[in-house]
Design a protein around this ligand. Structure first.
Ligand SMILES: [Mn+2]
Length: 340
């Protein structure tokens, strides 16, 4: 997910303790959040290759499998999906792109109970207790994959093409293919270096963004009939009917269209998932904080991209979200909203 970041003139480097934990580990388990995104699994691909190059045994185990659009990574890297039972033996557990164990779904309990050293590699805003043993967290980094790049440099390991594809995937998915404000000089410099290592950016773009089903344009049109604007058009709210499956994970297309409307500042998209929960994905265009809004519903993420799970039914979720959004953005809306 994208985030606001400052200049990368001052980069935060991994501590000696973090590097030592990697050097001393024999078997490493990499885990991520539910519905792992491109940054999460890209960072895992790169970190797995780096650690294997150092002679470590590496397991990747996530609560859910990667999306099919990332099959150019999953054909090279073994992404395990937790099915219950015992965790693989390991002495170091690394969480990528996440710092809250509770977001690891069914893996949360087993990971928490396992005596391994826990190391967090992440760029999200963390709230609550710092429960881990070690962390390499830089909230100004555009992607967790960028932190893995810095780790590889610090560990003296060259990235191979698979690792480069992983880092590049992290960078492009978390910056909206270099469109968001977190696209800083370091991000572009590293992206260029990854292309030098063999990344075919046009192939990756086609794989990630140009594999929609032929029904998508029509379904998107139907979905958008439910679009509502509030706050003088600055808040776009879409509460989808439950039968809009294609958008359960691929919400970027929708967010891009709605953010393309000039006056829109915030896009709030509610959809019912196959298991009956109501999921919010919230994006902002400029400076409105959607993380603060998502946190009202127990969610989180970044200032410009956050999510939450709301209580159903949809009508209730919609009205509670709208009320919270109008309250959250009261000061922005009173600052000269133009009705449209
Ligand atoms: Mn990320």
């Amino acid at each position: 997910m994208p985030q606001t970041s400052q200049s990368s003139a001052e980069t935060s480097l991994p501590s000696a303790a973090v590097l030592k934990a990697f050097q001393n580990a024999k078997t490493v388990l990499l885990s991520g959040h539910e519905n792992p995104d491109g940054d999460c699994i890209g960072a895992q691909a790169a970190l797995a290759r780096v650690l294997e190059a150092m002679g470590k045994t590496v397991h990747i185990l996530n609560p859910d499998p990667p999306e099919a659009v990332f099959d150019y990574l999953s054909c090279e890297v073994a992404y395990g999906t937790f099915q219950g039972g015992d965790l693989p033996d390991h002495d170091l557990c690394v969480l990528t792109d996440i710092s809250e164990l509770g977001r690891c779904g069914a893996l949360s309990g087993p990971l928490g109970a396992h005596p391994s050293t826990k190391l967090v590699v992440d760029h999200h805003v963390h709230h609550g207790e710092e429960w881990w043993d070690l962390a390499y967290v830089d909230r100004t980094a555009s992607a967790t994959g960028l932190l893995v790049y810095r780790l590889a440099k610090a560990l003296g390991v060259e990235l191979d093409t698979v690792a480069a594809n992983g880092v590049f995937t992290s960078l492009v998915t978390d910056t909206g293919w270099f469109k968001y404000s977190n696209t800083d000089a370091e991000t572009l410099r590293i992206a260029g270096e990854m292309i030098g290592l063999g990344v075919k950016s046009d192939r990756l773009y086609a794989s990630i963004f140009q594999r929609n089903l032929s029904a998508l344009p029509v379904e998107l049109g139907e979905l958008l009939r439910g679009l509502e604007y509030f706050g003088g058009g600055k808040i776009a709210l879409l509460a989808a009917d439950p039968d809009h499956g294609p958008f359960e994970s691929n919400t970027d297309v929708l967010h891009d269209i709605l953010r393309s409307v000039e006056v829109v500042e915030v896009v709030l998209f509610l959809r019912q998932t196959s298991d009956g929960r109501i999921k919010l994905s919230a994006r902002s265009k400029n400076d409105w904080n959607v993380n603060a809004l998502a946190r009202r519903f127990g969610g989180g993420g970044h200032v410009k991209a956050s999510g939450a799970t709301l209580q159903g039914p949809m009508d209730r979720a919609r009205s509670e979200l709208l009320e919270a959004a109008l309250e959250q953005y009261a000061s922005e809306l009173s600052g000269g909203a133009v009705a449209r």
